[in-house]
Design a protein around this ligand. Structure first.
Ligand SMILES: Cc1ncc(COP(=O)(O)O)c(C=O)c1O
Length: 403
């Protein structure tokens, strides 16, 4: 029971009518006719994979983020694996990262036989806390992986400064932050390597897909080989040179992104500015609306960043509600608002608990935030009506549960 006051609307979870008839997802892609046409043209072309569209997408992407090189991968996870390999992570090494992320960020260290070491997050942005990270540096630390949670860049200058002092490689997990800016620099041109994802809920999509950007020619070459079995040339280079001979020089994988995906990426990249503008508009509308609602804490924005708003994670304040996060979540779902939770802290997953002995309580800021987080729908295709439905549902649920 929600303890609904007589004047409030009855919650859908208590048998009332939902705010909307159909479920609004928390994220989804937008694909238009132009996207479809370009994919169809590539399907009719000579190259479905490792053709001209791969290089075209990589060049356009590097230019957009201000990086010297962009190397495409079959997913953000594969791109993280490539970056961990290029950083030289190996058994016995440690890589420091945030526990409040998708498991793939930490898993990339494990793929290389290295150990992910977590450090707690800042209470405002929920990004890696540089002081906590600094305390975790040992003689075995080789890399540090800040995550731009929800699209808000991490405290990159502090992380880079710390990394330079200790000779560490910085791999920025920017899977949430394509198009974000940090101190007037574009994400993608700041860290040693920056990793992006093109999963359908992201700012642009290729179905599955990922990218690593870097200024370092050595990393770029290693990344290109790693995604192609560790082979020094690709099929198109050999065809145009009229050669059959190739050499495998390291152990890599087939992590290539197809031309079908890359042509979609090129078309989608043309819409990035529009997508970012819409996400920023939605974030501003949400933030203004929730300012009036006690118990709802909107995501913090530091003055030196322009976030990309992959997610809009609110925190619900238990002191203001007669219900916990779980009940608020279920009530919003019943109103047909497709809320989600980002993230179960990685160290609390059974695999990490069993393997590394985490019990909970090790990272109090991240764990406390997790208990209160709810991601509201946030995607560039949301209509004004969708945005209003989310605000109406949050308001309805808040007043029903208000103390
Ligand atoms: C922070 C973060 N890192 C890595 C990934 C992995 O990306 P992908 O799904 O493209 O493999 C994701 C995906 O959602 C993510 O959110």
């Amino acid at each position: 029971m929600s303890g609904t006051p007589a004047t409030a609307q009855t919650l859908a979870i208590d048998g009332g009518s939902p705010v909307r008839e159909t479920l609004l997802p928390y994220g989804r892609q937008s694909i238009d006719e132009e996207d479809i046409q370009t994919v169809v043209e590539t399907l009719r072309s000579a190259w479905l994979t490792t053709g001209p569209k791969v290089g075209e997408f990589e060049e356009a992407f590097a230019e957009r983020v201000g990086a010297s090189y962009a190397i495409s991968f079959s997913s953000g996870t594969a791109a993280l694996h490539g970056a961990a390999f290029a950083a030289g992570l190996k058994p016995g090494d440690e890589a420091i990262t945030s526990p409040l992320t998708f498991a793939a960020t930490a898993n990339c260290a494990l793929y290389q036989g290295a150990k992910p070491v977590f450090a707690d997050v800042c209470s405002d942005t929920l990004n890696l806390d540089p002081e906590q990270a600094s305390a975790k540096i040992t003689g075995r630390t080789r890399a540090i992986l800040p995550v731009d949670y929800a699209g808000h860049p991490a405290d990159l200058d502090s992380v880079l400064e710390m990394a330079r002092r200790h000779g560490l490689v910085v791999i920025e997990d920017a899977c949430h932050s394509l198009g974000a800016e940090y101190r007037n620099h574009r994400v993608g041109a700041i860290a040693d390597m920056t990793v992006f994802s093109f999963h359908p809920v992201k700012h642009i999509t290729t179905g599955e897909g990922g990218m690593v950007t870097t200024r370092n020619a050595g990393y770029a070459q290693t990344l290109r080989q790693f995604r192609n079995h560790g082979i020094a040339s690709d099929a198109r280079q050999r065809q145009s040179a009229g050669q059959w001979h190739y050499e495998m020089v390291s152990l890599g994988f087939n992590y290539r992104l197809t031309d079908i995906a890359c042509v979609l990426g090129i078309s989608q990249l043309g819409k990035l500015e529009r997508n970012l503008a819409r996400r920023r508009e939605i974030a501003a509308i949400y933030t203004a609306a929730f300012r009036e609602m006690p118990g709802i804490i909107s995501p913090a924005v530091r003055p030196d960043v322009n976030p990309a708003w992959h997610l809009y994670p609110i925190r619900v304040g238990p002191a203001k509600f007669s219900a916990g996060r779980g009940e608020v979540f279920r009530a919003l779902r019943a109103e047909n608002i497709g809320v989600n939770v980002h993230y179960i802290p990685v160290h609390l997953h059974p695999y990490y608990r069993d393997r590394f002995g985490y019990k909970g309580g090790e990272f109090p800021v991240a764990e406390n935030a997790y208990e209160r987080l709810i991601s509201l729908p946030m995607f560039h295709g949301m209509t004004d009506r969708d945005v209003n439905d989310v605000i109406a549902a949050v308001s309805k649920v808040c007043s029903a549960f208000a103390r």
